[in-house]
Design a binder for this molecule. Sequence first.
Ligand code: CTP
Ligand code: MG
Length: 443
Amino acid sequence: MTSRPDDAVPTTESRRALVVVAAGSGARLGFGMPKAAVQLQDRTILDHALDPITAGLGLDLLVLVLPADAQAHRELAPAAVAVAAQAEAEVLIISGGASRTESVAAGSEAITEHARRNEWGPASVQVLVHDAARPLTPTSVFDRVLSALDSGAQAVVPAVEVADTIKRVDAVGRVAETLVRSELRAAQTPQGFTLTFLQQAAEYLQNHREQADSLTDEAMIAEHLGVDVVVVDGDARALKITTSADLSTAAALLQAPAHTPSTQNPGPESPSSQGPSTQPAPASAPRVGIGQDVHAFAASNEPTELWLAGLHWPHQQGLTGHSDADAVAHACCDALFSAAGLGDMGAHFGTDRPELVGASGAALLAEAAHITRQAGFTIGSIAVQFIGNRPTFGPRREEAQQVLSEAAGAPVAVSATTSDGLGFTGRGEGISATATAVLTLRQ
Ligand code: CTP
Ligand code: MG
């Protein structure tokens, strides 16, 4: 934090305020309640979002922006009051507007008014703007944004590298351009600004109301105003919860060994620090996971198709199961979730994801790989072994490896064996697949 010499005049003394915007309806999450009030494990999303707010951040003021209704204020305000007291900051609880931009504007107006009454000079007030919808953001991200502001930046954005290849698509759905991935970053929050900048941004919005919908964060206004936006490292754990799939990813991340938030990490003296779950492996250590899947062959008089390892096997009796019963692809999915500490397929591809009904094994593997990467991991490789009398994998091994590797975005090695006539695979009643995956945590 900027030093505060005893003889400084009050108006230039550095001050810090944090606006947490939590006034959204959470329509895409679809719980029929504000997203901030939705439970993430045993606490609300807002409770988690307030976790990183510690006295160490040196905050003078916390502004919580809530939906306007009284029930939201009754349910959500107490958490912020408690956290502000703990962080030794004053707290203001206000109602937001119809859009995120309006809610942020309401927050910065509240800070402006507070600054005026307390004779804080706007240029020396640092404001962090944070989405309650990013509940697992570690304190370290807040620290990095604050130190960039301390170094004189007017606008700061934490951002992470993008794992997917991003295409710009034209109005008729054709690819217009493939963007250069190494130049792309996904912006997160908290974003940091001087209060002076936020006031300029509010004025810009007043004069350019037609742009209000396309300006999804204040850093975009900085670009319009010609203000440099400094980028600092974000964190994979700062993912935004938008859909129920994100909620399951966040729930799984809370269980994952990588999640060691400063406020929940027991000290070395703590008795609970003896167990493996509180002794995280070094970040660079590879993580190994295992997955297995079994399916029975359908009765011979049932008209079924066989899908295995992402391939269609014509003229072969199919397998029974809710999905396409692609045990080879499914074992790969579970191996990824296992290595990442993200639970299993049931936790991610349950009935709350209607868009996945009937999804192919390869599509599920692509989605599992996406969730794994979103959780901050790089996929090293997957190995999967098929056990069964048929089909004969040898002639199509290359093809299977290609399809699965493309889905996972990482090398997948496929091998196959019989069980020498023993057990259900030996009797030809069904098949089994076992996979291992190796991941590393992105630094
Ligand atoms: N937000 C807000 N006021 C709004 C809209 C959004 O304070 N009128 C906040 C949300 O509470 C969230 C952040 O802005 O913390 C990011 O918005 P988003 O993820 O879009 O959340 P919601 O608007 O709640 O979700 P949805 O768009 O699905 O309704
Ligand atoms: Mg929204």
